[in-house]
Ligand binder design. Structure first.
Ligand SMILES: [Zn+2]
Ligand SMILES: [Zn+2]
Ligand SMILES: [Zn+2]
Length: 170
């Protein structure tokens, strides 16, 4: 009997809008870590799962609370921060600086920059990738002799469903 019934399926769709099953993405994270000689330990996996389940940028202290419910074993905030640092070092998670919160990266199997559209009404975020923006940042960085180390683009605004709800309420 197979230990893990969910097989990772690396995404091959260049126009993907990120519609992936969370289970599959967590399984993929495990196999990426293996291939890189890193380990997706139980706690790392649990935090990644919580971020996928949350569906919106989630703060470290929210994760501490969610872990308490999920595992009935309290995990100290520094441990959660260390785990998030690991997940970010593996490009499995991105930090949304404007929210001081974390989201899972939809396509960790690709070396892409993350472009996040964050809704200021409901707090959800949608991640897209666009090679044109990556190229633009690289070109502009080269012009000013700058070497970017972390490239996450955050856009604030109102999502489709909140806009629809707003229009219906008028
Ligand atoms: Zn995809
Ligand atoms: Zn990403
Ligand atoms: Zn919204």
């Amino acid at each position: 009997m197979a230990l893990s019934p969910i097989q990772p399926r690396p995404c091959t769709d260049p126009d993907c809008r990120g519609q992936h099953a969370p289970d599959e993405r967590v399984a993929l994270a495990g196999s990426l870590c293996n291939a890189r000689g890193a380990q997706l330990t139980k706690l790392r996996r649990q935090i990644l799962e919580l971020l996928w389940e949350s569906g919106r940028p989630t703060g470290a202290y929210e994760l501490v609370e969610a872990l308490k419910l999920k595992t009935s074993r309290p995990v100290a905030p520094p441990t959660v921060y260390r785990t998030l640092e690991f997940l970010m070092s593996q490009s499995l998670v991105s930090k949304i600086e404007s929210r001081n919160a974390y989201v899972p990266c939809v396509h960790p199997e690709r070396q892409n920059d993350c472009l996040f559209f964050i809704c200021s009404d409901c707090g959800t975020s949608v991640e897209l990738e666009d090679p044109r923006i990556e190229r633009l940042i690289s070109e502009n960085a080269a012009i000013i002799g700058y070497r970017p180390t972390r490239r996450v683009v955050e856009v604030e605004g109102v999502c489709r469903s909140c806009r629809a709800a707003g229009a219906a309420g008028k």
